[in-house]
Design a protein. Structure first.
Length: 484
């Protein structure tokens, strides 16, 4: 472990979810000095989010899949020499004297205003993903939460978003959320899935190569039957009703392009709605460094990675959802493989990436990555979903910008992309910096249809006080520290 602030770590891992944990412990066990930074006070990321000890949860593992895998990673972390830096919100990475400088602010919300700089020869970005939302009338009412947010409330706080919770959107996360909520005591009247599941039949090889995913689907299906959760396929929540909070939702059938079918609407009573349309890789730090991206099948951007998890920027590796959403098992395999590659480069032990262990990890990674790509293709948003949006629907919640104002910027003011719409309306300039509304604004700016690529790099990955910026020294571009 470095003895002073001026002596760099061999590796800085950003993100302590499944990918980051796997990468950090593997690198440490390979003889590297490692710093593991994460905004949370707990390791495990969003997938292995668990209650604080003060809540007295007797069996936190009951809310998780593969808890034994996490328990093993946590045990290895505790017995390793990894420097765990919890509560560190990384807002930028710069070059400094041939190394990387990781800049962070500390505190539960980065509010301690204490700047931290961690220097490292190499980087492993394991920053995960965030939930993608597509707006609809009433989505700002209290009681509407993200599907992943509902699961996080249950896992970390042992609370439910409501007594009767409709789960809606698209993607396999909906099934897991519905089953978790029902098992915890909520009544789930319906799971409203926009895509359906028949598209999986077009990808038999990916399904056959990942039998554990089929087992998970069967388990979820059985649990839904036991809890009497009704699936509504090729449907969407197109309106939320209520005054002070959710009282009911309108569900409509969708055509192949996700346009609501007239006359198909039905009303379902509920006091909460958990909704999400898949996950988007969180790659702000990577794109700020200049890492190349690729377009995924569900219209998000993921990092371009080679067979050993290297990005296109020398000295920077990545693992987990940043390379495309694929689940915790894929993230763990990628984190381990990336750590072996980094250790091989820094120590000169090329056998680490040529042996049976690395080959087994590559095969596992390729198999599960193919299934992740299948999920993306099967649950990609249809081109007609903007027809859900009357002009008075809020699209940008932070700045209270409606769909009508965005359309006006396009038709009357000549905006042709999301960046111009942002300049004319302030859509995307709020606290979330477009994470909630970015997809919708981009679609409306393009006149509907598939989500266009993002406008460009984001300078700050998280909010940072101006005083912190004022105290920074000028940065320099690093050379590749692994080319010695």
């Amino acid at each position: 472990m470095p003895s002073s602030a001026s002596e760099p770590y061999d590796l800085a891992v950003i993100g302590a979810g499944p990918a980051g944990l796997s990468g950090a412990v593997t690198a440490a066990e390979s003889g590297l000095s490692v710093a593991l930074l994460d905004a949370s006070g707990h390791v495990g990321g969003q997938f292995y989010r668990h209650p604080a000890a003060a809540l007295g949860a007797v069996r936190p593992e009951a809310l998780h899949h593969d808890w034994s895998v996490f328990a093993d990673l946590r045990r290895r972390l505790e017995s390793s020499g990894v420097s765990r830096l919890a509560g560190h919100h990384v807002w930028s990475v710069t070059g400094e004297d041939g190394c990387w400088a990781v800049h962070a602010v500390t505190g539960a919300d980065g509010d301690e205003k204490r700047p931290v700089r961690v220097r490292a020869r190499t980087l492993l970005l394991a920053t995960g993903a965030y939930e993608r939302q597509l707006p609809f009338p009433g989505w700002t009412l209290p009681g509407v939460v993200g599907a992943g947010g509902a699961q996080a409330m249950l896992k970390s706080g042992l609370v439910l978003p409501g007594k009767q919770v409709v789960v809606a959107g698209s993607g396999p996360l909906l099934l897991a959320v519905a089953v978790s909520l029902a098992a915890a005591g909520a009544r789930v009247p319906a799971v409203v899935e926009a895509s359906g599941y028949l598209r999986y039949a077009r990808h038999p090889r990916a399904l056959a190569a990942n039998p554990h995913k089929l087992v998970e689907a069967v388990v979820h299906g059985g649990a839904m039957l036991r809890h009497r959760v009704r699936p509504l396929l090729r449907s969407a929540v197109t309106h939320v009703h209520g005054t002070e909070r959710v009282e009911a939702v309108t569900v409509a059938r969708l055509d192949r392009d996700w346009r609501p079918v007239p006359g198909s609407e039905r009303r379902i009573q509920c006091d909460a709605l958990a909704v999400g349309h898949g996950l988007a890789p969180q790659i702000e730090l990577a794109t700020a460094l200049g890492c190349a991206t690729r377009r995924t099948a569900d219209a998000t951007e993921a990092l371009v990675l080679d067979g050993l998890q290297r990005t296109t920027v020398p000295g920077v590796w990545s693992a987990g959802e940043t390379g495309g959403v694929g689940g915790s098992r894929l993230a763990i395999a990628e984190g381990e493989l990336a750590a072996l590659a980094i250790a091989a480069r820094l120590t000169g032990r090329s056998g680490l990436t040529r042996g049976r262990r690395a080959e087994r990890l590559r095969r596992r990674r390729d198999r599960m990555r193919a299934f992740g790509d299948t999920l993306a293709a099967c649950h990609a948003p249809g081109r007609g979903w903007p027809q859900w949006l009357p002009d008075d629907t809020d699209v940008c919640r932070c700045e209270e910008i409606t769909a009508g104002r965005v359309r006006e910027a396009v038709t009357d003011l000549g905006a042709g992309d999301a960046r111009t719409v942002k300049l004319l309306t302030r859509a995307g300039m709020g606290w979330c910096q477009g994470r909630m509304c970015g997809a919708a604004v981009a679609c409306l700016a393009a006149g509907g249809g598939e989500v266009p690529p993002p406008a460009g790099r984001r300078l700050f990955a998280v909010p940072v006080p101006l005083g912190t910026l004022a105290g920074l020294e000028p940065a320099t571009a690093p050379s590749d520290p692994t080319d010695d």
